[in-house]
Write a protein that binds this ligand. Sequence first.
Ligand code: GLN
Length: 320
Amino acid sequence: MDRRITKEELKLAVTEAYKRFRENREGKNADYIPYLAHIDSNLFGIAVCLPGGETITVGDCDYRFGIESISKVATALLVLKDYGPETIMDMIGADATGMPFNSVLAILLENEHPSTPLVNAGAISAVSMVRPVGNSCGKWEAIQSNINQLCGNVLPLIDELYKSESASNSNNRAIAWLLKNYGRIYDEPEISLDLYTRQCSLGVTAKELSIMAATIACSGYNPVTKKSVFPPQLTEKITSMMATVGLYEYTGDWMFRCGIPAKSGVGGGIIGVLPGIFGIAAFSPPIDKAGNSVRAQLAIRYIMEQLRLNIFSGERVVIV
Ligand code: GLN
C-alpha cells in the first residue's frame, strides 16, 4: 500500500522550511566569480514541481540567478541522449572524484579513468561532445534548446555574469588544456571552455529549476510543457550521477542525511530529484566550502525529513 502525502502537508513543510532557515547566516556568496559576490545574500526561495505539473513556491522563486553547475546536469543529459550511456562511460565516466569541483589534481590522478560530467573537467568534456562538433553557434543552440526544454522556458544569458566569469576562469582554461593533453576533450579546448562558461551564466529561477528537476523525476517528460525531453531510461543514469557527486566532496554526507540525488551550483541553486514523486529546487546565494548553498541544503533536508522521504527507503509514496 502506498503511503499518501497530501499537497497540503507538502506545502506546509515547504513553508516551514522557508521560515526556519530564512534567518540563517552561515556560508557566504561565491566570490571567485566577482559578479556572484554582489548578489543579495538574503534571497531565498524553495520550489517543488509535481508530476501533474503543479508547482509549490515560497520566497524568491522568480528571481533570476546564475544556473552555474546545475547546467552540467542538462548538458550531461544532452550527450547521454546523443551518444548513449556506454559511450559516455568510455569518453567521460561516472565516478566521483572526492575532490573540489574544479580540481586539476583529479585529472592528473584519474587520467586512466575519466571522471563524471558533473565536475568541471567532465562537464567541459561533455560540452566538447555536443554536436555539431567544431561549430560553436550550432553547439550553443543545442545546449540552450536542451536546457530550455528541461526548464519549460527560455533562459536568458546573464551577460554581466558571462563577462565576469570569462575574465576569471583561468583554472577552467587549465582544465580544458589538460584534458587536451590526455585526449579527453573532443572539440577545440577554447570553444569548449567558452560554451561551458556561457552555459553556467544562463539565468534561471528556482521555479524553472524545479520544473527541470521534475522533468528528470518524470522520466524525461516535462510535466508543465507536457513534452518529452529525453528517453525514460536516462533518469536512472543522471540521478545516479547526481547521487555520486552532485554536492561534490560533501555528496556522501548529503546522501546519508537526506536521501535525495541533488546538484548544486555556486550561484546558490540546488535541485533535487525524487523519481516518480517530485522535483525540488531551492536557491540562496551563501554557499559552504564545497560550493553548495547552505540555506538550500537545510531547506531540502528539512522537507525530506519532515515528510519521511528517502530514495533508499523502498517505501512507495504518492502525493495526492
Ligand atoms: N562556472 C563555475 C565554475 O566553473 C561553476 C562551478 C559550480 O557551480 N560549482 O567554476
